[in-house]
Design a binder for this molecule. Structure first.
Ligand code: FAD
Length: 339
């Protein structure tokens, strides 16, 4: 496997989730040679279904990606199950190093490595993540509608999350946890929307028969809740491309770190595009896939522009050579006329 990968291609896609596979599909259909390197840890792996995705609503995340890989392969795209450990410049292109050994050369890079959800430091949250510990109302709101929902104050978006989840349930409780600093305006909003506020640090979850039954406070009180919303800190996975100078910076929302790009996915590093959660932490599967497709089209246009420049340069005979050729032609012609 390692030796077979010592070759070049038009584009290496780093990360084979919704954004990466969608980009690879567009590139492969554009008759570009494309290699997708994927470590196989999509962000929504703990969830049982992808919700809110038109025509695929509720499909298990693994099945969606398997279908995507099949589509990429059907157009000649190559998929490598491995992790990218680093990327270096190689003239105008790149050398992409793999954890399993070997490397792939590429003219352009599409970075779609997603993000890591850093959960608040409360025991038990990770085990229930994506099941009854949730973050996104558009992913899970329908599934927990009309249920007793808790919202843990754990980030700058927590108040916003509580107000949003109120759309799905009239029984929402906000746990101030370690952030008991609601403003007067927020108190008023919660009161007006009928959102209860519970003070005190949350120290654990009550799980019965593999289901969330309640939220435990430091003083031992148990507040019955069957879903708990948390604000994970969303941190872009950008280590693999740090060698190119591409770094994650604080996202303007304060919700985490992302790799900045322009609207079409172009990063500050020439030849490198990024799409999906690595640059847009709020992108759901549909938005991540769309961003991957858009970036892929931009990459194809960029390659086309380079190829056109090269072709024109090769097509043009330097002026001096043209002049010499003309003179030689005239001399030959004159001789032919016996002058
Ligand atoms: C619990 C949960 C439930 C969700 N439910 C929904 C839902 O119902 N509907 C919805 O639309 N959205 C949902 N989302 C959001 C969804 O997960 C994202 O929109 C989506 O995963 C973004 O796709 P992506 O391709 O940007 O990143 P990812 O899907 O995370 O894919 C990134 C891929 O890159 C790989 N990778 C990372 N680093 C490297 C490296 N160095 N080398 C090689 N590969 C690498 C990873 O292993 C991964 O496979 C949910 C999120 C969570 C956390």
């Amino acid at each position: 496997m390692t030796d077979q990968l010592e070759y070049g291609c038009d584009v290496v896609v780093v990360g084979g989730g919704a954004a990466g596979l969608s980009g690879a599909l567009v590139l492969a259909r554009a008759r570009r040679s494309v290699v997708v390197v994927d470590a196989g840890e999509p962000r929504n792996a703990p969830a049982d279904g992808v919700h809110g995705l038109l025509a695929r609503d509720g499909m298990p995340p693994a099945e969606l990606l398997e279908r995507g890989r099949g589509e990429v392969r059907s157009y000649g795209g190559q998929l490598v199950a491995d992790a990218v450990t680093g990327v270096d410049r190689d003239g105008p292109g790149f050398v992409v190093a793999l954890a399993g050994g070997g490397s792939v050369r590429a003219r352009r890079l599409l970075v779609t490595t997603g993000l890591v959800d850093k959960l608040p430091d409360v025991p038990g949250l990770r085990e229930r993540w994506g099941r009854d510990v949730l973050h996104c109302p558009y992913c899970h709101g329908w599934e927990v509608r009309d249920r007793p929902i808790g919202v843990l104050a754990s980030g700058p978006m927590s108040v916003h999350q509580a107000l949003l989840f109120r759309q799905w349930s009239a029984d929402v409780t906000f746990f101030t946890h370690t952030r008991p600093d609601l403003t007067d305006e927020q108190w008023e909003q919660f009161a007006a929307r009928g959102i209860a506020v519970v003070d005190g640090e949350v120290t654990g979850l009550e799980i019965v028969d593999d289901r969330l039954e309640g939220v435990r406070l430091a003083d031992g009180t148990l507040i019955r809740r069957t879903a708990l919303v948390v604000a994970a800190r969303m941190v872009a996975r950008a280590d693999a491309v740090a060698g190119l100078g591409l770094r994650a910076v604080e996202h303007p929302s304060g919700a985490g770190e992302h790799v900045p790009t322009d609207a079409a996915g172009r990063t500050d590093v020439p030849g490198v595009w990024a799409a999906g959660n690595v640059t847009d932490p709020s992108a759901q599967v549909g938005a991540a896939a769309a961003a991957g497709a858009l970036a892929a089209a931009q990459i194809n246009a960029d390659l086309m522009a380079e190829e056109t420049r090269d072709a024109v340069a090769a097509y043009r005979v330097p002026f001096s050579a043209v002049a010499e050729a003309r003179v030689a032609g005239l001399v030959a012609a004159d001789r032919g006329h016996g002058l």
